[in-house]
Structure formats: structure tokens, C-alpha cells
Design a protein around this ligand. Structure first.
Ligand SMILES: [Mn+2]
Length: 307
């Protein structure tokens, strides 16, 4: 039975230093996302975007815009949870990565025991004590694992088990964050491991860590995981990233695993982009997660299980 797709955006940029990432959901829609999902055979409903309230001041410098981010995430949580409970498949468009605290909290409430595949140049495992910047888009993975900041996930009582969490494509992790990731048993697949062992072996490992013994996988895909030559429209670019083909392969294999429960695609910043190439790429990666065989012509039409 094929699930229906819910598109839910969040025009959030307060978790990030660079402005403009709030327009990410619009850029992805302008690349044709909704029609393209229909074209591969799904029923899709666009629920529009969460609009954060206007911030008066940034507040605590170690948790900038904490109040506004958590308030918007509370509304995102409600939307994503409703989608899951209705039996649909949520596709969440960011916005900066702080929104994943809202979306993943919802899949945790709905499915309880989930694994997380976090595709990112960064670890996003900071908290208010160790953050170098105070920007909350560097904290959501820690929050959903119950490792702080607690206010970021207050709407759910369920936390992810770090033993079922994998970060893929990492190449810019802060020193204290690295220690914290290791102490908590999060699996890190660095860009060097991918380039020495190959993406096929690495994504198989990721699916087994996040998918075995869990009720499914939440994919949280930060566009800065890609090399900035191919995805220039991101706020925190880091050299030597994933190739486009590696990124597509990750999405294709996660789809084929039959374990995906929801996906976030975040950090597309149209102000920094070139002719919306990062928005187009985000759209195409979402389609691959949903089983598009556009780039796999030899297999013809859909061969794999439905979402
Ligand atoms: Mn991130």
C-alpha cells in the first residue's frame, strides 16, 4: 500500500548565522517538487510553510532565538505528527537544520523506536554548554538524542537511541562535539571513509545501524553534505563534500531499504545559490528517496517496495 506524501515547510532561518535559508522551501517548490512527485505516481498534499514569529531580540547568546525556534518547531511537530498518524509520509522542507528537532520529535512520538540517518558536513551535536556559535542549527541531533538542549524537544517524551544514529559525510566537527558524539556511541561515516571504502559499503553500514532493531529510519539531509561546487546555495559550505552521485546513491539505497518513515531536506539558501541549482538538486534528491528511477534507466519502472 503506497503512502500519500505530505509536504510541510518551515521558513526558519534563526538557527543559522547566514540569512536567506528561510526561502529554501520556496526554492525547492519552484524547482517543481509537487508536480514531479505526482509524476512518479504519488498522491501529494502541500501543507504550506510554518512561518516563525518575528524575533525582537536574539536572547541567550548560547541559544540564539531559542524561544522563536522552539515555538515554530512546536507547530512543525504537530503537523508532522498528524501526517504520520494519518498514515502519510512527511517530506519536510527547510529552513535551517534546527527544524529537525521538531520533525524528528514527531516521528519519535509516532513510531517510538526509530533510527536516524543524518547526512551533513557537520555533526549538529552541540548543546548550550559546548556550542562555539550559539546557533541552534548546530544542535538538533543532540537534542533529539536527549543530550541537550532540552527545550528544543520539549513537545515529545521519546528520544532517539544514539546507537541507531549515523552521521554521513562529516568533515567539520567541533572538538568538544566530536568527543560528545563518540562518548554517546553515534556512528560517524566521514568523507574520508566514503572515499576510501566506497559509498556502497558505507550506506549499507548506515542502513544497518539505523534500520536494524528499529521501526524505521528518519532521513535528515543537509544540503551542505554535498560539495559546494555542486550545491553552492548553503550557509556553511565545507570543501571536499559528497559528489552528486554519492548523494543520489544514499537516497536510492534508503528508498530500496523500505525503511524510510520521513525525510527532512534542509539548509537550501537561495540568496547564496546559483540559478537555483541547489534547490533543483534538493528536489531531485527527494524524488530519489521516493523511488524515482530517473537516474537508473536500466531498471525501467519502479521495481522496489512502495514507501
Ligand atoms: Mn546540519
Amino acid at each position: 500500500m503506497r503512502k500519500n506524501i505530505s509536504i510541510i515547510g518551515s521558513q526558519m532561518d534563526m538557527g543559522s548565522f547566514r540569512k536567506g535559508v528561510d526561502m529554501g522551501p520556496l526554492a525547492i517548490r519552484h524547482a517543481g517538487l509537487i508536480q514531479k512527485i505526482r509524476d512518479i505516481g504519488y498522491h501529494v498534499v502541500d501543507h504550506g510553510d510554518i512561518m516563525p514569529m518575528v524575533a525582537e531580540e536574539e536572547g541567550n547568546p548560547r541559544l540564539r532565538y531559542e524561544k522563536e525556534i522552539n515555538e515554530a518547531n512546536g507547530r512543525l511537530y504537530d503537523e508532522v505528527l498528524k501526517s504520520c498518524k494519518d498514515g502519510n509520509f512527511p517530506v519536510i522542507l527547510g529552513g535551517d537544520h534546527s527544524i529537525a528537532a521538531g520533525s524528528i520529535s514527531a516521528t519519535l512520538t509516532a513510531y517510538e523506536n526509530i533510527g536516524i540517518v543524518w547526512v551533513d558536513a557537520h555533526g549538529d551535536f552541540n548543546d548550550e554548554a559546548i556550542t562555539p556559535s550559539g546557533n541552534m542549527h548546530g544542535m538538533p541531533l543532540s537534542a533529539v538524542c536527549g543530550k541537550g538542549p532540552d527545550s528544543m524537544v520539549a513537545f515529545s517524551s521519546v528520544r532517539a537511541n544514539p546507537k541507531n544514529v549515523v552521521v554521513i559525510g562529516a568533515r567539520s566537527i567541533d572538538p568538544l562535539e566530536k568527543i560528545k558524539l563518540q562518548e554517546n556511541g553515534v556512528t560517524i561515516i566521514s568523507i574520508s571513509q566514503i572515499h576510501s571504502l566506497g559509498i556502497r559499503e558505507m550506506i549499507a553500514k548506515a542502513i544497518s545501524v539505523a534500520g536494524e532493531g528499529t521501526n524505521g529510519i528518519h532521513l535528515s539531509f543537509d544540503m551542505d553534505a554535498l560539495d559546494p561546487m555542486q550545491a553552492p546555495g548553503v550557509g556553511t559550505p565545507v570543501l571536499n563534500g559528497l559528489t552528486q552521485r554519492e548523494a543520489f546513491f544514499i537516497c536510492e539505497e534508503l528508498y530500496k531499504s523500505g525503511k524510510l518513515l520521513a525525510i527532512d531536506v534542509v539548509e537550501t539558501n537561495p540568496l547564496l545559490d546559483k540559478r537555483n541549482m541547489t534547490g533543483v538538486l534538493a528536489t531531485e534528491l527527494i524524488l530519489s528517496c521516493l523511488g524515482s528511477t530517473e537516474y537508473d534507466l536500466y531498471t525501467g519502472s519502479v521495481l522496489y517496495p512502495d514507501i
